[in-house]
Write a protein that binds this ligand. Structure first.
Ligand code: SF4
Length: 423
């Protein structure tokens, strides 16, 4: 089964041991997978505001599951596509308990972490590197009164952070007695609370239903206990070499540690070595006799792409109902016009729409199209005088594919395409 989505935890998984860097090797593997049409997802216990610097390093990421699965954010749409907040009465109960002790806690809401000035002195850090801690502290939003804040905002998650003082067991007992709340402890001394049933696995399941992906088509990576449901959900649930024992027991596979680019190693093994990316290609370049004069535009380089890609041949003019042979057309002011002045734009646009549909159905992000064609040409096309004169412009299909984010290469740029894929 082809993998269509990769979901990964951050700390201990995607991030290097410094908690700040995504290594070049891991970044390159993920970007190559993304360019093959595979959706990429960060699934983190952090808030959205704390991962801005991560997203700058991996800007191609499609979705973010944050606050341990309370929210799924679609980066393309710029909106949340799934939420499951803690009901207000439960938030009130937890906040009342935490307010009665000298402890530091945070409320995750609106994609940010909210704290209270008067609690700052109780913050204790045991493990995090100073550079990450500086960045983290700057991302916090301070309030005079968190109880008031909680009443007026949807709370995604509550974090009792790095607390190891004398009241720990007492507080833990009170928190654990509250029904309808789930708790995880990805780092020793840290209790993270979400609404009952909220976790990264449930969020991933909801997202996959939206995308019509089955669990068999999903690969997930994690190292801590709050990744277990996500690892169990995915057909390719992969524990990092540095993962907890429970995490490793929940996963079907194990890879190298985050310090050894474990994500890149697993992508190489299960994706790059297992199946070829799909590539849309002008059928005439493969020798199909679909050209206007009944011939083809076969090139060895184009035909040789089958060694690297699963080829999806298309002929937009045939899709648009035009016959073989047919009268040639050139583009004049965006319209497909024959030498005799007949307008075939409707057939060309129909063929373009059908080609886009096929591209989307096959998750094609790249296309190799016949240069200069009034359908497939990209960058340069004939000027409409049927004199062999070229002008800047696109064929009707190439233009539509380009506007929908598909990277187009003419047959003279096949080398560049192979370079981009590192083939
Ligand atoms: Fe080739 Fe495209 Fe013309 Fe079809 S429409 S013959 S694929 S250039």
């Amino acid at each position: 089964m082809a993998i269509k989505l990769i979901a990964m935890d951050l700390d201990g998984t995607l991030m290097a041991p410094d908690h700040i860097t995504v290594t070049d090797k891991t970044k390159a593997a993920l970007e190559k997978a993304h360019n093959m049409g595979i959706k990429t997802v960060i699934a983190t216990g952090r808030t959205l505001s704390v991962i801005k610097d991560v997203l700058k390093q991996v800007p191609f990421i499609d979705y973010v599951i944050y606050s341990n699965g309370a929210v799924v954010y679609d980066r393309c749409k710029g909106e949340n596509i799934y939420t499951n907040y803690i009901p207000s009465d439960i938030v009130e109960n937890v906040v009342d308990i935490l307010e009665s002790y000298p402890v530091y806690y945070e409320l995750y809401a609106n994609g940010a972490s909210n704290t209270q000035e008067s609690k700052a002195a109780f913050f204790k850090n045991k493990d995090l590197p100073p550079e990450f801690l500086d960045f983290y502290m700057q991302s916090l939003i301070n309030h005079d009164n968190l109880s008031e804040f909680a009443k007026n905002n949807d709370i995604e998650k509550i974090n009792l952070f790095y607390f190891d003082g004398e009241y720990y067991e007492e507080i833990k007992d009170k928190l654990f007695a509250i029904e309808k709340i789930d708790r995880t402890s990805p780092v020793s001394g840290d209790i993270e609370m979400t609404y009952k049933g909220v976790n990264k696995g449930v969020a991933l399941d909801n997202m996959c239903k939206e995308l019509c992906f089955t669990p068999d088509e999903v690969m997930s990576f994690g190292d801590a206990d709050n990744d277990i449901e996500m690892l169990q959900f995915a057909g390719y649930g992969i524990a990092m070499g540095n993962a907890s024992d429970d995490c490793k027991a929940a996963a079907k596979y194990e890879t190298l540690s985050n310090g050894e680019d474990g994500i890149a190693a697993a992508i190489e093994k299960f994706i790059f070595n297992a199946f070829k990316p799909k590539l849309l290609i002008s059928a005439c370049l493969l020798g199909e006799n679909c050209k206007y004069n009944g011939g083809n535009n076969y090139t060895e380089e184009a035909a040789g792409l089958k060694d690297w890609f699963e080829l999806i041949p298309i002929c937009p003019e045939c899709f648009g109902g035009l016959s073989i042979p047919r009268v040639p057309n050139e583009i004049v002011c965006g319209r497909a016009i024959s030498k005799e002045g007949k307008d075939f734009t409707a057939e060309y646009e129909d063929g373009a729409e059908k080609t886009l549909y096929i591209a989307n159905e096959n998750n094609c992000c790249y296309a190799v199209l016949k240069e200069r064609s009034p359908s497939c040409g990209f960058g340069k096309i004939y000027d409409g005088t049927f004199s062999g004169t070229l002008v800047d412009g696109n064929g009707i299909t190439a233009d539509l594919l380009d506007k929908n984010g598909i990277r187009i290469f003419g047959e003279s740029r096949i080398e560049k395409l192979l370079d981009e894929f590192d083939f």
